[in-house]
Design a protein around this ligand. Structure first.
Ligand SMILES: Nc1nc2c(ncn2[C@@H]2O[C@H](COP(=O)(O)OP(=O)(O)OP(=O)(O)O)[C@@H](O)[C@H]2O)c(=O)[nH]1
Ligand SMILES: [Mg+2]
Length: 200
């Protein structure tokens, strides 16, 4: 009887855990995005003021519950010498957030090439891709159509995996929640690798 009740308890209160990497060049706004997400989804979370965030050298982790799903978000440093560490996280990853600085015209092409390299990695086959054109609160931000055209060369490599590109302001929290909820839905519907159930 006890094991039946325990089984039922676990069935109803079990959360599936999905791992998501947040990638993009340095200064794109990845850590700001993660902090904004944590403030929304973690009750009583008091992170550091957004304007005090500095460049990431290691890894920032966020665990959030979106409905019955738990997302573990890995925010990695985007500086060039740190990018070599990114692929150490791919083997466990269910989804990718790729962050672009829409105001940095000079870095846009490099960002697109970096994205192209990321999506060619075999460990990310089938992983849904959420591409965020960030800093859209600024007047000098490129419109989404211009950001999109820089990423056109990746269309073939994206193939039929789920992909969404949208405008956001990580700083103001505009667009970010719709984005993360879309990704949560996609990883749930078509997981690219086995899940690790966790208890509430
Ligand atoms: N205006 C504006 N500034 C932003 C936005 N998101 C981030 N920033 C600013 O961009 C700068 C870099 O933000 P980070 O979140 O540290 O960028 P990052 O991608 O984590 O950078 P690395 O850790 O070096 O890879 C900071 O000064 C942020 O305040 C945004 O949506 N709008
Ligand atoms: Mg960072």
């Amino acid at each position: 009887m006890f094991s039946l009740l325990k089984g039922l308890w676990e069935y109803f209160f079990r959360k599936d855990e999905y791992f998501v990497v947040i990638l993009g060049l340095d200064n794109a706004g990845k850590t700001t995005f993660l902090e904004t997400i944590k403030r929304r989804y973690i009750s009583n979370y008091h992170g550091m003021p957004l304007e005090k965030i500095s460049t990431t050298v290691g890894l920032n982790v966020g665990r959030i519950d979106v409905g019955v799903q738990r997302l573990v978000l890995w925010d990695l440093g985007g500086q060039q010498d740190l990018q070599t560490l990114w692929n150490e996280y791919y083997a466990e990853c269910h989804g990718v957030v790729y962050m672009i600085d829409s105001c940095d015209r000079h870095a846009l092409q490099i960002s697109a090439e970096t994205f192209n390299r990321v999506i060619h990695h075999a460990d990310l086959d089938g992983a849904p891709l959420l591409i965020l054109a960030n800093k859209q609160d600024r007047e000098d931000a490129l419109p989404l159509t211009e950001v999109e055209s820089a990423f056109d060369t990746s269309v073939e490599s994206i193939g039929n995996r789920d992909c969404r590109i949208q405008r956001v302001s990580a700083l103001r929290g505009e667009g970010v929640f719709e984005g993360i909820e879309w990704l949560a839905q996609r990883v749930k519907e078509k997981p690219n690798r086995p899940l690790k159930p966790v208890k509430s």
